[in-house]
Design a binder for this molecule. Structure first.
Ligand code: ADP
Length: 213
């Protein structure tokens, strides 16, 4: 009997509303009586903490080393014996992740050849393929306004120019991975509720409510 959890990944530039929508989707899924957890990359684990240090400039490392750390953090995120996502999904828990492989490709291919990044992450992509990558597409200027108005400290990638470049890379990637990865593009310039409705319309059919109760 198949009773594994689903894996939905949220992608988008910073300030696009990923964490807002993850919180709302988690509530909707739990209302169905389905166990659901949220997570993010880079993680708060030991390898993810190193990545955070590099991103905030507290530790310096070359771009390839940082990309390798991202890949190692991802493998640990999936496979860690105590709280790895593969185990959670096998236990029937739906996982919502703020960022996954497309973030690596979109952000890091600014400095590193995409093929190298794909190769470095090939193990992770073989281990666990998301049911869907949900891309919240927002105008970079709108995202920047949200970032500067909100709680955010500015990280390395957060300028309108950078966000614009990253957004266009996401689109190049969706073209390239068409047929391989399932991608839902949602208009992130809408209200929080309208975005949530678009996402729920897509996600709800993954759950047969009669089976999950
Ligand atoms: P991300 O996780 O993608 O960086 P957040 O969900 O943290 O984005 O949202 C960034 C900021 O924008 C937060 O202050 C949030 O309240 C606000 N926000 C999120 N979605 C919307 C929206 N659809 N319209 C207006 N503001 C939003």
């Amino acid at each position: 009997m198949e009773n594994t959890g689903h894996f939905f990944v949220f992608e988008g530039i910073d300030g696009s509303g990923k964490s807002t929508q993850i919180r709302l989707l988690k509530e909707k899924i739990e209302e169905l009586g389905v166990r659901c957890m949220e997570t993010k990359e880079p993680t708060d684990g030991p390898i993810g903490s190193l990545v955070h240090q590099c991103m905030t400039g507290r530790t310096s490392a070359d771009e390839y080393s940082i990309a390798a750390l991202f890949a190692a953090d991802r493998l640990d995120h999936l496979l860690n014996e105590s709280d790895g996502l593969c185990g959670k999904i096998q236990d029937g828990i739906t996982v919502l992740s703020d960022r996954f492989i497309f973030s690596t490709y979109a952000y890091q291919s600014v400095n590193i050849p995409l093929e190298w990044l794909i190769q470095m992450n090939s193990q992770a992509t073989e281990i666990l393929r998301p049911d869907c990558h949900i891309f919240i597409d927002v105008d970079p200027e709108v995202a920047m306004e949200r970032i500067t108005a909100g709680r955010f400290h500015t990280e390395r990638y957060e300028t309108t120019e950078q966000l614009t470049k990253v957004r266009s890379r996401y689109y190049q990637l969706f073209d390239r991975f068409q047929g391989q990865e399932s991608v839902l593009i949602v208009d992130g310039n809408q209200s929080v509720d309208d975005i949530a409705k678009d996402i729920w319309q897509y996600v709800a059919p993954f759950y047969d409510i009669a089976e999950t109760r």
